[in-house]
Every structure is written in structure tokens, then in C-alpha cells.
Design a protein around this ligand. Structure first.
Ligand SMILES: *[C@@H]1O[C@H](CO)[C@@H](O)[C@H](O)[C@H]1NC(C)=O
Ligand SMILES: *[C@@H]1O[C@H](CO)[C@@H](O)[C@H](O)[C@H]1NC(C)=O
Ligand SMILES: *[C@@H]1O[C@H](CO)[C@@H](O)[C@H](O)[C@H]1NC(C)=O
Ligand SMILES: *[C@@H]1O[C@H](CO)[C@@H](O)[C@H](O)[C@H]1NC(C)=O
Ligand SMILES: *[C@@H]1O[C@H](CO)[C@@H](O)[C@H](O)[C@H]1NC(C)=O
Ligand SMILES: *[C@@H]1O[C@H](CO)[C@@H](O)[C@H](O)[C@H]1NC(C)=O
Ligand SMILES: *[C@@H]1O[C@H](CO)[C@@H](O)[C@H](O)[C@H]1NC(C)=O
Ligand SMILES: *[C@@H]1O[C@H](CO)[C@@H](O)[C@H](O)[C@H]1NC(C)=O
Length: 831
């Protein structure tokens, strides 16, 4: 082959190779090198040009050339045929440099040719057909067989990476896949649906087509292969056994085999797991899968058991879902009937009829309900006491309902019966006790011992509270109950309610007692009828009859009695100004015996009244005055005329109504009013008026004026309010003396009353604004007490001098204190 031709291919080959030394990509000195070349390339490809170093002139190639690799004397390394990775993946070559004599001067140097894979091989299943089998209900995802394909290409590249897939399943119902394959390992297992639905009875075998392709996950240029797989479905013998029935209280030697479970293959390890936590768990399993009951069971303790059987592999991993084992305990009649835990007591009223139910005895049997083992029968075997006769009661055989058999009961016969009742099931008998209490009812009426209690005569003034008669009735019902207690009622002859009857709770005796005074004049004869009753109503069909009634006659005899006023207090109201002799009221009294009555007054302290002894009319006998006594109280006396002159009294109250009969007056003593002399400015004084008439119904509105016209040039009176007024001077020119100023006060009443009062005003020489005060003695404001002391001392020293000037007030010396106080109140104005 011509070197020129080789060179023309050189560039292409060098581009397609990798892994050269760093000095140059295409040529260089001889040294260890590695080249990577894809397999399947065209032949005559240049790999590298070694440069000879003198004295070397040529090269030699040895090693695994397989006749494919050659080297030219000028150092050009090339291969003459396509490489095949699957034949040899690495070619270990050696290159030596030779001198002209053919002696090695360099090397041999290792040169490695790595053949890179291309996808030039298709995957192939190792077998042309696969067969396998699976148990129904096998765990989903657990492999039961493998398919296996190979590919000669490099498994480190996608070329040799295989992916498995099920492409077809026959038969296929509703598009549901029962099988799945691991796309990397070729492991075939059941899907969840397959685990549930596979059933050899329905379909004993399936055909799959499984494919394998290379190039891993990459799409595109891949080779593939496919293979049929036949899968046989085998029956699962790991199945829930039928429910088990075990007869309770078994006497067989235990343990007793009751059922079994089997795993599909031998070698499984079996165990039992409780579903509910029990105080004892009387079951076991052996390594054959046989299940035993270990001791006798008691249905009355627990009537059913549920637990699980588990199969595990040798590593303790569950092989399949646990199986539920159901055990029912079958009843035998091993329990006698039992009486109720508390005593059975029925109560029966005396008048209970013979058909009605009087009670039910409920006995129990622990054995299974609604079986002959627990159906009970009742029978009365004894009755205590046996009177009035045997067989008073009957019981219904299957229900335990009791009834009266022959007649109603009477408490008098026996208040209580004790029955013995035989209760039986199929095999056992038990005696139970029933107590029957007879309840009294109010079926007896009270009956009087006497129907007529005769005549009794009493004076009308017989004391209240007196017991005048004892009556007696009896009642045959149970003592000390509302059925036998007796209440006595007076149904006739006592319309006024003068009598009452109290019952003795022990004896039921009735005591007839006077409650209100008897009165001969109203009712001289009482024809009394008593009725005896029970507080409880009588039962239906029983009624009070004549035996519950009794009669009695009470004669009241007359006693002379005092006249009786129609009222205890008589009241009247008149104006205080009624004329003498006016009738102000009247009183009336009647004598029970009808005698005439004479009236008189008692306690007429002011002799204001007189009374007509015959008519009881009362008249005024003098002027009345409300201001003296607003409510005048006297007693009126009514006396029988003739007879025993018995008398009685009542009150007469006369209320006096006010009239305006009092003129106004000064409210207090105003003798100390004073003004300083000489007067520097006009002064004034305040005074108050009052009125003795009843002020409560109006505020007094007095008017004030000067009593004399001639004073008007010096004085002036002005009203402050309804009761106060001011007296003022009109100028300052007054003498040092006392002026008596007449003031007219009108009360504005109806009719108006008026009075002229005299107000004495003293003009005096003032010291520090007050009369009679020595100068400079008391620098501060003197108290009232000190003022009084000063005043008295002053009187003693200069009394005689003053006596002449104040002769008019000398007679009022006893009220000096008042005068002093008033001075400070009605104080003269200071200049
Ligand atoms: C598949 O076959 C190859 C070659 O016989 C073997 O090496 C490999 O372990 C097998 N794989 C499986 C999963 O059986
Ligand atoms: C192979 O299976 C895995 C998980 O089962 C999945 O993630 C992957 O995509 C599958 N590869 C192919 C090529 O189907
Ligand atoms: C078992 O039966 C016998 C009679 O057969 C009885 O005496 C015993 O009480 C029963 N045991 C139980 C737990 O019921
Ligand atoms: C019924 O039985 C009770 C309780 O044993 C007893 O106290 C009572 O006296 C008995 N009555 C009769 C009438 O025997
Ligand atoms: C009671 O009085 C009546 C009338 O006065 C008289 O007829 C009767 O005989 C008297 N009865 C007795 C028991 O005294
Ligand atoms: C009233 O009834 C009682 C029985 O309840 C009877 O013994 C009595 O004779 C009766 N009396 C009359 C007057 O009918
Ligand atoms: C006696 O006073 C009553 C009111 O107490 C009166 O109704 C009657 O008219 C007065 N009789 C005379 C005669 O005044
Ligand atoms: C009337 O006037 C006097 C003096 O000013 C005063 O004390 C009194 O309270 C007054 N009375 C009324 C009812 O206003």
C-alpha cells in the first residue's frame, strides 16, 4: 500500500481517535501511549507517527497485533482491519526503535490500544421459552421467576444495558395486568390485582411475552429480543379454615386439635396471635400448623374467640397475610336458674281483682339465651300462711307473672304472704321466694257509736274554749292512716260557727268546743248534725251512709246583758267655730234584751259637749277651740233603763277643724331693738310676725303697714317675705329716746284678721356701735357672755342715771339676757 495513499487517510483517522500524548496529537517521540479506537472502523486507519531519534532509523511492532496492527519503518502505526471489541477489548502492543543494523536502541515501549464499543450486538434471551409457576395470593412484588438475556456489548455503556418489559399477557380481563417484571433484573412477580384475583379454578395458566432491549433508557438505535413465558397458577393452601365450634366444659383430655393451617411450602414457622387481650388464651399451634384448644372452655365466661395464625420464613419474615381463626363456644346446660339478687316483694291492694297482674318474678339462667338450657318454668310450691285458703295465687308457667287466683285479699286475714316458687330449666330446679304485702285501702267508713247525742242546755255566756260534748266514731281501716283517721264536721245547726270539733289522734274521739259566744237572742236552739269523715277519699264503690252522721240538740238560755254600742269608737268632725248647741255627732246602743237605753258622757274635761240621754245625739255646749285641743276625746255610756242597770261604754272622738280665728302677732319679744344716737344714716330693723291658726295648710302671707299715718314722714315698713318685714327710718333726725312704732299686721285669711302691734325702738348713745358699751375696754369683738357681764356691771354702777332715761324699760329688767341677744340679732346699722 503506497505511503502517499496512507497519508491521505491519516487526518481523518487521527480526528476519530483520542488519548494521544500531549506533545503532539498526531506524531511524537517513542514513549508509552494508549489509544482508544471504536470497533468496526474501516481498515487501513493511521493511529500515530513515531519520530525516530538517531541512531534509530526504523521501528518494530510486537505484542497482540492479531495480524491487524502494523508499523511502517518511518514510524507510522496503523491497523489493517476493523477492530472487534467483543474479540479483544485491549491490544497490548510493544514498539521498539532499531538502528540501521537492526539493533534495538529504544524500547520496547508498551502501546495500548483500547477498543471502544459500539452497539453491534443484539440482546438475546438465554432460553427460547420460560416456564414458571405461582401460588395464588402470593405477596405482590415477590419474584417467583426470572428471565435472563445477554448482550455482548460493553455493559458499562448503554450498548450492553438491557431493559425488560412484559409486552403481552394472555388472557387479560378488563385490561388488568396480573404480572409485573423488574425492568433491570427480569424478575417476574404478581401485581396487587394479580395477588387478589388469580385463581387456578378460573384460569390455571397465563402466557406472557417478555421483551428485552439494549441501549438502556435511550431511545433510538437499539436491538431487542422477545420470549414467551408460560406461568402456571397453583392453588393457595394458606386459607382461613372453617369456623370451629367447641362444646364448653369438655371433659376430654386436653389439648384437643380443633383445626389446622398449612403454608404452601414446607418449612414455614407457625404461631398464633391474639386479636383481643384476654386473661387467658387457651389455644396453641404446632409446627405442622395444627391448632389445639388447651383447656376446657366456659361459654358463660366467653362465648367466642378470634385470633390469627401466622406463617413466617426462617428469617422471621411473614410469608403471607395472617389467617383469622374463629372459635365459637357451644352451650351446654351447666347453669341452674338463679333467683333475682334482691328479694322479690309485691304489693297488692285489698280490692285488687282476680285477673290483674300483681307482679313478675324474673329469674335468670346463665346458659345461652333462647335455648332449652335457659328457658325457665315457674311453679308455686308453697304459700304461708295458708289462710283464708291455699292457692290464693297463681303464676304463669313461662312468664313468671303472678295473679290472684281466687279472691281479693283482706288485710285482716293476713297482712303478708310468703310464696316459695320453683324455677326450673331443662335440668335444674331452683327455689325462689316471693313476699306479698297486702295494702290497706280506705274501704271502711267511720261509724258513730251513737246516732243521737241527746239534749244539752247551756247559758249563752258559757266561756269560749269550753268542751261541751265528746262524740265518738270508729273506722275499721288500718290504724293511724288517712283511711282511719276521723274528722268531724258540723253540717247543720251552727250557721254562726260557734262550735268546732277537735279529734283525738289516738282515740278518734271528737271534742265539741265553744269557739264563739253563744247568743240566745240569735239562736236559742241548735239542732246540730255531725258528720264523721276520713281525710283520704273512699275507694270507688264505698260511700258514707247514715251511720257516719249523728245528731245533737243544744239549748241556749238567756242571760241579762248590757246594752251594746254599734261601734267601739264613734268619730265626728266639726269646725272649731260651730255655734253652741250645734249637734256634733250621735251614738247608738241597743240592749240585747230590748230594754231602753239612757246615754251619758264621761270625761268631758272642758265641758264642751252634752248628750241627749234618749237619742244619743251629742251637741256642743261651749265655744270649741282647735288651738286648745284639736282632737277631743270623751266616753259615752249606755245604761239599761230598768233591769239591772247594766251599762257599757264607747269612745267618742271629735275632730276640730281650723278656722281663722287668731289675728297675727309678733313672733317674739322685740323690746330690745335699738339704733345709735345720733343717727349718721337712716337705719333699719327686721322683725317677724306669726299666727296661732293651723299653719300647715297654707304659708302665712302677712301684710305689714304703719299703724298711724302721722308716722309716715319718719318711718317706713317694707315686707321681706310672708312673715318677715323691715322697719326703716326715713331720715336721721331722731331724739335719744324710745319710739313706740305701731305696726299693723294683716293675716290675709278668710275672713282676714288684723292686729296692730307696738314695736319699741330705742335711740341710744352707742359705744363701738352698741348701746351702753364703755370705750376701750375690750379691743376685740366681745362675746355674748362678756357683753352680758359688762351690761350687768354697767347697770349696777350707773343704774340710777339710766333709770331716769329708760324708765319705760325698767320693768323689763328680768329679760336683760334676751334683750342683749336680740340686740346682736336686730343690730343697728353702723355709720
Ligand atoms: C443471567 O445469565 C448470565 C449468564 O449466564 C449470568 O451470569 C447471570 O447471573 C444471569 N442472571 C440472572 C438474574 O439469572
Ligand atoms: C425501569 O423501572 C424503574 C422502576 O421500576 C423505572 O423508574 C424506569 O423508568 C424503568 N425503565 C424503563 C426503561 O422503563
Ligand atoms: C362443668 O360441668 C359440671 C357438671 O357437668 C359442673 O359441675 C361444673 O360447674 C361445670 N363447670 C363450669 C365452669 O360450668
Ligand atoms: C315472710 O318472710 C319474711 C322474711 O323471711 C319474714 O320476716 C316474715 O315473717 C314472713 N311472713 C310470714 C307471714 O310468714
Ligand atoms: C230533747 O228535747 C226535745 C224538745 O224539747 C224533747 O222532745 C226530747 O224528749 C228531749 N230528749 C231528751 C233525751 O231529753
Ligand atoms: C253503712 O255501711 C256500713 C258498711 O259500710 C254498714 O255496716 C251499715 O249498716 C250501713 N249503715 C246504714 C245506715 O246503712
Ligand atoms: C247619727 O249618726 C249617723 C252616723 O254615725 C248618721 O248617719 C245619722 O244620720 C245620725 N243621726 C242623727 C239623728 O243625727
Ligand atoms: C324670710 O326672710 C327672713 C329674713 O331675710 C329669712 O330669715 C327667712 O328665712 C325668710 N323666710 C322664707 C320662708 O323665705
Amino acid at each position: 500500500m503506497a505511503p502517499a495513499h496512507l497519508r491521505s487517510l491519516c487526518l481523518l483517522a487521527l480526528y476519530l481517535t483520542t488519548g494521544y500524548g500531549q506533545e503532539s496529537r498526531f506524531s511524537g517521540p517513542l514513549k508509552p501511549m494508549t489509544f482508544s479506537i471504536f470497533e468496526g472502523q474501516e481498515h487501513n486507519q493511521i493511529i500515530f507517527q513515531f519520530k525516530a531519534q538517531p541512531p534509530a532509523v526504523t521501528f518494530k511492532l510486537t505484542g497482540e497485533t492479531d495480524g491487524i496492527f502494523q508499523i511502517e519503518p518511518d514510524g507510522l502505526l496503523y491497523h489493517t482491519k476493523a477492530l472487534d471489541r467483543e474479540t479483544r477489548a485491549f491490544h497490548k502492543l510493544e514498539v521498539s526503535a532499531l538502528d540501521a543494523k537492526g539493533a534495538t536502541v529504544e524500547g520496547p515501549v508498551p502501546i495500548t490500544i483500547e477498543v471502544k464499543d459500539i452497539n453491534d450486538n443484539q440482546p438475546t434471551f438465554l432460553e427460547s421459552k420460560y416456564e414458571g409457576s405461582v401460588r395464588q395470593n402470593s405477596r405482590p412484588g415477590k419474584p417467583f421467576m426470572y428471565v435472563n438475556a445477554t448482550d455482548l456489548d460493553d455493559p458499562a455503556t448503554p450498548n450492553g444495558q438491557l431493559t425488560y418489559q412484559i409486552v403481552m399477557q394472555l388472557p387479560k380481563v378488563n385490561e388488568v395486568m396480573y404480572f409485573q417484571i423488574n425492568n433491570k433484573t427480569g424478575a417476574i412477580s404478581l401485581t396487587r390485582e394479580g395477588s387478589k384475583e388469580l385463581d387456578p379454578i378460573k384460569n390455571p395458566s397465563y402466557n406472557l411475552v417478555v421483551s428485552v432491549k439494549d441501549m438502556g433508557d435511550q431511545a433510538g438505535n437499539s436491538f431487542s429480543d422477545s420470549v414467551p413465558v408460560v406461568i402456571t397458577v397453583k392453588e393457595n393452601i394458606w386459607k382461613t379454615p372453617e369456623p370451629v365450634q367447641i362444646v364448653e366444659n369438655s371433659t376430654d383430655p386436653h389439648p384437643v386439635k380443633i383445626t389446622q393451617v398449612r403454608w404452601n411450602e414446607p418449612g414455614a414457622q407457625y404461631s398464633l396471635v391474639e386479636k383481643e387481650k384476654l386473661p387467658r388464651f387457651p389455644f396453641s399451634i404446632d409446627q405442622e400448623g395444627d391448632i389445639y384448644v388447651t383447656q376446657p372452655l366456659d361459654r358463660e365466661e366467653k362465648d367466642a374467640y378470634v385470633f390469627y395464625a401466622v406463617a413466617k420464613d426462617e428469617f422471621g419474615k411473614p410469608l403471607a397475610i395472617p389467617l383469622e381463626i374463629f372459635v365459637k363456644v357451644k352451650d351446654i346446660n351447666d347453669n341452674p336458674p338463679t333467683c333475682p339478687p334482691t328479694a322479690t316483694v309485691f304489693e297488692v291492694q285489698e280490692n285488687e281483682g282476680i285477673v290483674s297482674d300483681i307482679g313478675t318474678l324474673i329469674a335468670h339462667d346463665m346458659d345461652e339465651a333462647n335455648t332449652v338450657n335457659s328457658v325457665l318454668q315457674y311453679k308455686i310450691v308453697d304459700q304461708i300462711p295458708p289462710y283464708p285458703k291455699e292457692g290464693l295465687f297463681l303464676v304463669q308457667t313461662y312468664t313468671g307473672v303472678f295473679q290472684l287466683a281466687k279472691q281479693s285479699l283482706k288485710k285482716q286475714d293476713s297482712p303478708q304472704y310468703n310464696l316459695t316458687v320453683e324455677v326450673s330449666d331443662n335440668d335444674f330446679k331452683t327455689l325462689c321466694h316471693v313476699q306479698i304485702n297486702v295494702i290497706d285501702i280506705n274501704d271502711e267508713i267511720p261509724i258513730f257509736k251513737k246516732s243521737d247525742y241527746g239534749n244539752l242546755t247551756l247559758p249563752e255566756n258559757t266561756a269560749i274554749g269550753s268542751t261541751i260534748l265528746t262524740i265518738q266514731a270508729t273506722d275499721a281501716d288500718e290504724p293511724f292512716t288517712g283511711s282511719s283517721k276521723i274528722l268531724y264536721r258540723i253540717t247543720q245547726g251552727d250557721d254562726e260557727g260557734c262550735l268546732r270539733v277537735d279529734t283525738d289522734p289516738q282515740t278518734n274521739a271528737g271534742y265539741v268546743i265553744i269557739k264563739k259566744p253563744l247568743d240566745f237572742e240569735t239562736t236559742p236552739i241548735h239542732n246540730i248534725v255531725f258528720q264523721a269523715e276520713n281525710p283520704e277519699p273512699l275507694v270507688r264503690g264505698v260511700q258514707y251512709n247514715a251511720s257516719s252522721f249523728a245528731t245533737f240538740t243544744l239549748f241556749v238560755i238567756n242571760v241579762n246583758e248590757a246594752p251594746q254600742f254599734s261601734q267601739h269608737i264613734f268619730q265626728a268632725k266639726v269646725s272649731e267655730d260651730v255655734a253652741k248647741g250645734t249637734q256634733v255627732g250621735n251614738v247608738t246602743a241597743k240592749d240585747p234584751e230590748g230594754l231602753d237605753v239612757s246615754y251619758s258622757l264621761r270625761g268631758d274635761r272642758r265641758s264642751w259637749l252634752k248628750i241627749d240621754p234618749v237619742t244619743g245625739r251629742i251637741f256642743s255646749a261651749a265655744p270649741l277651740d282647735r288651738e286648745t285641743e284639736s282632737l277631743y276625746r270623751v266616753q259615752v255610756v249606755a245604761t239599761e233603763v230598768g233591769g239591772s242597770s247594766l251599762s257599757s261604754t264607747a269612745e267618742f272622738h271629735l275632730m276640730l277643724m281650723d278656722v281663722n280665728d287668731n289675728p297675727p302677732r309678733l313672733a317674739k319679744d322685740y323690746t330690745g331693738l335699738s339704733l345709735c344716737h345720733p343717727l349718721k344714716q337712716p337705719g333699719s330693723l327686721i322683725f317677724e310676725a306669726t299666727d296661732d291658726d293651723q299653719l300647715s295648710f297654707r304659708c302665712p302671707q302677712f301684710t305689714f303697714s304703719l299703724g298711724s299715718e302721722s308716722l309716715q314722714k319718719d318711718w317706713e315698713v317694707s315686707k321681706i317675705n310672708g312673715t318677715y318685714a323691715r322697719l326703716s327710718t326715713k331720715h336721721t333726725n331722731f331724739e335719744e329716746r324710745v319710739y313706740d312704732i305701731p305696726i299693723r299686721i294683716n293675716d290675709g285669711g278668710r275672713p282676714p284678721l288684723e292686729r296692730t302691734v307696738s314695736l319699741p325702738v330705742t335711740f341710744c348713745t352707742c359705744t363701738e356701735g352698741s348701746c351702753f358699751r364703755p370705750a376701750g375696754h375690750h379691743p376685740g369683738m366681745p362675746t355674748v357672755g362678756m357683753a352680758v357681764g359688762i351690761l350687768l356691771t354697767t347697770f349696777l354702777v350707773i343704774g340710777i342715771i339710766l333709770a331716769a332715761a329708760f324708765i319705760q324699760i325698767k320693768k323689763n329688767k328680768g329679760t336683760d339676757n334676751v334683750e342683749s341677744a336680740q340686740t346682736s340679732e336686730a343690730r343697728p346699722l353702723r355709720t
